[in-house]
Design a protein around this ligand. Structure first.
Ligand SMILES: Cc1ncc(COP(=O)(O)O)c(C=O)c1O
Length: 394
């Protein structure tokens, strides 16, 4: 018997992935023949588009969402031993950025409905401890965190607020009868996006810092490029080649090649959002009859540009593992977002955080499974997930 070639092997359906079309490919090919490969006109065009989409005044595109978080913390002056708080239900980067600045990272439990950092728990923390220096709420799965409530708390306790909107480009949140774009910085000092291939749009790797504060934007821009400064007086006095480094920065630049892809991808943001919402609505309809499941928050299909579809199996971790493995054997590769960050050996050892530190995060983690959700999924893929998931549940 002849072994099957790759073409005959069934395709693995992951939980997320990019949608790159002919237009994206030719936009990238065009840059390769142009004058700039790294920082050039497409970086500024991409930044201007992100400002237009979110309504934020300044944008600094950079190497990754992680770099954007690090730059934001540095620019806000987070220093040694200063406390930064974030959600345990997030990717490592939301916490690691505080560690990069030699701060002390602590975690605030989630709101069990929205799965985002709970303002009530944050308030309780601030009453009990010295107020933190920075709080980094995460727009989990694309659903905006309760930023207006946290903005009120930031006024009371005096901390800075960075919205981790890595999941939430194209999402909105509601407040006082109005809608605000995630990343608009209406209620925060800064916000960040990620353009990793599983996110709403991609630049391969890439990220951005958004802010309405001109001085903060200048500082982020300077730190993105080694801390180098070139101001008019300096150039007039010493010559056009001169630069000055007053603080230690990084090479966190993004390239024109990446931004050409980003610009092209942004032109399909509405299309990506519509398709993501459509898949979420179809999953919601398909599973609404099951009382062994907890569906995601209703706003995921209404105001968000959904990044993940985290569905909860009330039966808990053993059942979730069984369903995960059954789907995997069927070439449907789900994921679990996320292991509470404080459980990671680095954080547990450094701070002595116990396993059950945040009970709502623990319960959520024991039940959740992210089903495939990305615009390039076909209707056939979606129906296959629905069918196989129902069978796996039994
Ligand atoms: C919530 C969150 N924040 C930050 C990041 C970091 O983004 P990047 O992978 O672009 O560094 C991610 C990426 O997965 C994320 O999910």
């Amino acid at each position: 018997m002849v072994a099957p070639t790759e073409d005959f092997l069934p395709k693995i359906l992951g939980y997320g992935g990019q949608s790159v079309g002919e237009m994206d490919i030719s936009a990238v090919a065009d840059v390769l023949a142009a004058d700039y490969l790294t920082t050039g006109p497409r970086v500024e065009m991409f930044e201007a588009l992100l400002c237009e989409i979110t309504g934020s005044r300044h944008c600094i595109a950079c190497a990754s969402g992680t770099a954007a978080l690090h730059l934001s913390c540095m620019a806000l002056g987070i220093g040694r031993e200063e406390v930064g708080l974030t959600s345990p239900i997030s990717f490592l980067a939301s916490a690691n950025c505080i560690e990069y600045c030699d701060g002390r990272t602590d975690f605030i439990d989630i709101d069990p409905e929205t799965l985002c950092l709970s303002p009530q728990h944050l308030d309780a923390y601030c009453r009990k401890h010295k107020a933190p220096r920075v709080v980094i709420p995460v727009d989990f799965a694309g659903l905006g965190a309760d930023l207006p409530a946290m903005a009120e708390l930031s006024k009371t306790y005096g901390f800075s607020l960075i919205e981790d909107a890595a999941h939430a480009l194209g999402s909105f949140y509601e407040f006082d009868g109005r809608q605000y774009a995630c990343g608009s910085c209406t209620h925060t000092d800064a916000a960040i996006f990620s353009f990793h291939p599983v996110k709403t749009i991609t630049t391969g790797e890439g990220g951005a810092v958004m802010t309405n504060d001109a001085r903060l934007a200048d500082r982020v821009r300077c730190l993105r490029n080694h801390g180098m400064e070139r101001y008019d007086d300096l150039l007039r006095q010493h010559g056009g080649w001169v630069y000055e480094m007053n603080s230690l920065g990084f090479n966190y630049r993004i390239t024109d090649i990446q931004c050409a892809l980003g610009i092209s991808q942004l032109s399909r943001l509405d299309q990506f959002r519509n398709r993501r919402r459509q898949i979420v609505s179809n999953y919601n309809n398909a599973f609404s009859d099951r009382d062994d499941l907890l569906l995601p928050h209703k706003n995921l299909a209404l105001t968000a540009c959904p990044h993940l579809y985290p569905i909860r199996l009330k039966a808990g971790a053993a059942k979730r593992r069984q369903v995960y493995e059954t789907l995997k054997a069927d070439n449907i590769l789900c994921q679990v977002h996320y292991i509470p960050i404080y459980r990671q050996p680095y954080y547990a050892a450094k701070y002595g955080y116990p396993k059950g530190k945040c009970p709502d995060a623990e319960l959520y983690y024991s039940q959740t499974l992210s089903l495939p959700l990305f615009p390039a999924m076909s209707d056939h893929d979606m129906l296959r997930v629905i069918d196989r998931f129902r069978i796996a549940l039994g």
